[in-house]
Write a protein that binds this ligand. Structure first.
Ligand code: ADP
Length: 312
């Protein structure tokens, strides 16, 4: 298998005309076949970065290579390798999915007979074949978003980029998109998506980069980033009222968040037995227990906190 990165970005900078420095020297490598998340809060620079890779934004400095093709020097060649799913649904609601796909291929000079074959394949892959001939307006929200993916796949991109594909959509729609995206990736297309849904990155992506204020503050495999989290926080629901003083448990932080709820922070290496013994000794009966936050969310909060300290 080729080792040329699907995407290599070196020291990319973008200053908008109004003086906003949206990217302050971003370097990033995405392996071929990867499912990669670009994660960051609003205003971090995600759309600017995606825009630069899909030639919608002119970078101020830096270099982008798509499968080894320099985007600046060989722009149209590089762009043929990239498919983009924008954030907003932007097809004609009065056209049928089949025609939307075929016409899109037409813009890229793909012959009609070939385009029709591809449309069938992509609409089937997106579970939309039975809707190929309905008016798009009548599709459900999830179907409309899957149609956006099917349309982008018409040019057979080697790299599919999605800008916040599931922003503001409910969990059912997100899950149906995730399934389609997993299949697209399993069939060999490298997928990059931007998201601020941490759960999305965690359930889909093998590798990720975290961007904050125009800088990459962390990148690597999802698993090793999660392993950096050595402290876990739990919420404990207790029976009855809590006593006015809580037991002290060595090395752990235990706080009441209300009359019958405790928040416990403990290192991953510790076991729970001592905690329960101490709570039992204090007459506290735990009814149920759950993780306080999504682990990735915790990680993100910590990393961005660290980055702020370093910049200060
Ligand atoms: P994200 O996608 O992570 O929310 P963006 O890339 O959209 O972040 O924005 C990064 C920064 O650049 C923000 O401060 C935003 O206000 C600014 N910005 C984005 N687009 C433009 C533009 N066209 N002109 C001026 N500033 C912009």
């Amino acid at each position: 298998m080729s080792t040329t990165p699907a995407l290599e970005i070196q020291d990319l900078r973008k200053t908008y005309d109004n003086g906003v420095e949206a990217l302050k020297g971003v370097s990033l490598t995405v392996k071929p076949g990867d499912f990669f998340a670009l994660l960051g809060p609003n205003g971090a620079g995600k759309s600017t970065l995606i825009g630069a890779v899909s030639s919608l934004v002119n970078p101020s400095a830096g270099r982008i290579d798509v499968f080894g093709v320099d985007l600046q020097a060989r722009r149209s060649e590089a762009m043929r390798l990239v498919g983009l799913v924008p954030q907003e649904i932007n097809f004609n609601m009065f056209e049928q999915p089949f025609d939307i796909c075929v016409n899109y291929a037409g813009f890229y000079g793909i012959e009609r007979a070939e385009a029709e074959q591809r449309a069938e394949r992509e609409l089937k892959a997106a579970q939309l074949w039975d809707k190929a001939r309905v008016m798009s307006r009548t599709l459900s929200g999830g179907m409309k978003r899957r149609l956006m993916i099917a349309r982008a796949m018409m040019t057979q991109p080697k790299l599919l980029i999605l800008d916040e594909p599931t922003a503001g959509v409910d969990i059912e729609i997100r899950r149906s998109m995730w399934r389609t995206l997993k299949e697209v990736n399993a069939a060999g297309t490298t997928v990059i998506l931007t998201t601020h849904y941490l759960e999305e990155a965690e359930s889909l992506c093998r590798n990720l980069a975290i961007i904050d204020k125009g800088r990459i503050i962390e990148q690597g495999p999802m698993k090793s980033l999660l392993a950096k989290l050595d402290v876990e926080a739990f919420v404990l629901d207790v029976d009855g009222q809590l006593p006015s003083t809580l037991p002290q448990i060595d090395g752990l932080k235990l706080e009441a968040s209300d009359d019958h709820t405790l928040v416990l922070e403990m290192p991953r290496s510790r076991d729970m037995n001592g905690v329960f013994a101490a709570l039992d000794g204090a007459g506290i009966r735990v009814r149920s227990l759950r993780n306080q936050t999504n682990r990735l969310e915790e990680l993100f909060v910590r990393l961005t906190g660290q980055a702020q300290e370093q910049q200060a």
